[in-house]
Write a protein that binds this ligand. Structure first.
Ligand code: FAD
Length: 462
């Protein structure tokens, strides 16, 4: 029986980052991972393969639509799907191998197999039982299912199937207009599929600022995506080589059916803790399946912690990573902390959508007085030079103090630009602080500064 200071269950972004930080702080650490490769959902079937396909298909779009405008005359590009899949696999492989290297470098032991917790302080992998002073559950999540929509990962698929289709479909129905649905929908729309997104709510990207969501929908519509909003999916079935989805419009209860080659179910994810034996140990769970934790990531069983998609909060890789670092520091006797008010969210379409902090809707509900500063990328020279004048920066600040409360960006590299605002918010900065900071010209980031100026006396270039 091997003994460790810490055993982490799950090697996704929460688990592997937690293990590395704990090892750096001097603990003897093991990670149990049942998959063949490290990196969890994010590296294997999530963030990374989806970004590889988004990059490849964005490049295709550039070649088809923008090359000639710049005097670049090339033959019409064609798609070699199996090569694109191989490129995606290479990107994934490079990253998962990178985690193996980091484990070796930091002397983290990888226990291969599926773990259960037979008793307090024990982790069983295969026939072996290991002991640990602390155990962290970082087992992540799985795609949520939808009643009446049977997934076969060939015709009716989750995101995992959608990343590895046999061939790009000619038509696709995406159920759910959240991040994953819109990213994968964009990939296949760029590859020529007629994509219809069916969403229960009346807006896309639920939870995002309403004005931003509306203009994002307009831009995606211009790219060829169709949206059916306010539609409750009743069921789906495979018919012939494709599938049929029926839905009821919430406004008038009318029932409709549409058909496509492939149906992607992207209605969210649910925590995955199957097989750990938590019920037998009496570990308290929340009604939606998450492990219940306090603000130090402690579960109701002493010495057992949980982080990432398996607990409450946004299901995002960077949220899991930050919790991994925080819980490692707590277990090592230091002070770990995550600021849940400043967690950015990004949709990696073109243009990108990035958001942090409060939306207008949230502030109205809180009854807090605020000011808004907006700037369109049409006034940003760099964005226009690369055909990305669509979109805007919307900054929201406290009406009395000018303190930045939130920022929402649709535009080129929005997912990178948002971090300027994250840092500003962490430091309690005002819009004036951002506006008085010199921004290099010509950069997309100048649009952030202009939005900050618009919170005060006015932007220069609008
Ligand atoms: P996971 O990454 O799910 O890892 C958990 C690991 O635990 C898995 O490898 C699993 O095999 C292992 N495990 C489970 N049970 C056991 C057991 N009993 N024994 C041993 N091992 C076990 N987030 C972003 O921030 N940005 C993005 O761009 C993004 N894109 C995404 C795209 C897609 C298509 C999907 C599906 C998700 C995306 N996400 C993205 C979400 C992100 O992947 C998750 O939030 C993140 O992976 C959660 O990390 P985690 O460490 O909690 O769990």
């Amino acid at each position: 029986m091997a003994q460790f200071d810490l055993i982490v269950i799950g090697a996704g972004p929460g688990g592997y980052v937690c293990a590395i930080r704990a090892a750096q702080l001097g603990l003897k650490v093991a990670v149990v991972e049942g998959r063949e490769t490290l990196g969890g959902t994010c590296l294997n079937v999530g963030c990374i393969p989806s970004k590889a396909l988004l990059h490849a298909t964005h490049s295709l779009h550039e070649a088809e639509h923008n090359f000639a405008k710049m005097g670049l005359n090339v033959a019409a590009p064609t798609v070699d799907w199996s090569k694109m899949q191989a490129y995606k696999a290479d990107v994934v492989g490079g990253n998962t191998k990178g985690i193996e290297f980091l484990f070796k470098k930091n002397k983290v032991t990888w226990l291969k197999g599926w773990a259960s917790i037979p008793a307090q302080g024990q982790v069983k992998v295969g026939e072996e039982v290991h002991e640990a002073k602390a155990i962290v559950i970082a087992t992540g999540s799985e795609a949520a299912s939808l009643p009446g929509v049977p997934v076969d990962e060939k015709v009716i698929v989750t995101s995992t199937g959608a990343l590895s289709l046999d061939a790009p479909p000619k038509s696709m129905i995406v159920i759910g207009a959240g991040v994953i649905g819109l990213e994968m929908g964009s990939v296949y729309a760029r590859l020529g599929a007629q994509v219809t997104v069916v969403e229960y709510l009346d807006a896309i990207t639920p939870g995002m600022d309403g004005e931003i969501a509306k203009s994002f929908q307009k831009l995606l519509t211009r790219q060829g995506l169709k949206f059916v909003l306010g539609a409750a999916v009743q069921g789906a079935e495979v018919i012939g080589p494709g599938a049929k989805v029926s839905y009821k419009l919430r406004k008038d209860d009318s029932v409709h059916a549409i058909e496509a080659d492939v149906v992607l179910v992207a209605t969210g994810r649910r925590p995955y803790t199957a097989g750990l034996g938590l019920e037998a140990l009496g570990v308290e769970m929340l009604p939606r399946g998450q492990v219940k934790t306090d603000d130090h990531y402690r579960t109701t069983l002493p010495g057992l912690y949980a982080i990432g998609d398996a607990i409450t909060g946004p299901m995002l890789a960077h949220k899991a990573e930050d919790e991994g670092i925080a819980v490692a520091e707590i277990i090592a006797g230091k002070v770990g902390h995550v600021n849940y008010d400043v967690i950015p969210g990004v949709v990696y379409t073109t243009p990108e959508l990035a958001s942090v902090g409060k939306t207008e809707e949230q502030l109205k509900e809180e009854g807090r007085a605020y000011k808004v500063g907006k700037f369109s990328f049409m006034g940003n020279a760099r964005a226009k030079a690369v055909f990305q004048g669509d979109g805007m920066v919307k900054m929201i600040v406290d009406a009395a103090t000018d303190r930045v409360l939130g920022c929402h960006i649709i535009g080129p590299a929005a997912g990178d630009m948002i971090h300027e605002i994250c840092v500003a918010m962490e430091f309690g900065a005002s819009a004036e602080d951002v506006a008085r900071t010199c921004h290099a010209h010509p950069t997309y980031s100048e649009a952030v500064r202009e939005a900050a100026l618009a919170c005060g006396d006015g932007a220069i270039h609008s």
